[in-house]
Design a protein around this ligand. Sequence first.
Ligand SMILES: [Zn+2]
Length: 58
Amino acid sequence: MAKVITAAEKRLFQNMWICLSCKSKFRSPGRPPAKCRKCDGKSFRIKNKVVKKAAGAK
Ligand SMILES: [Zn+2]
């Protein structure tokens, strides 16, 4: 069953970056922020898709 991505979800997930260290979210168009404002981390991943795995997959 395919999930329809609404405009609101698209807006929420586009240009949204997540700090790999503290998991805080930053909105930055095109490229990741220079560094995390919370933990000064420089590693980010983009949040453009919500991947749902089965619980306990870790
Ligand atoms: Zn951080």
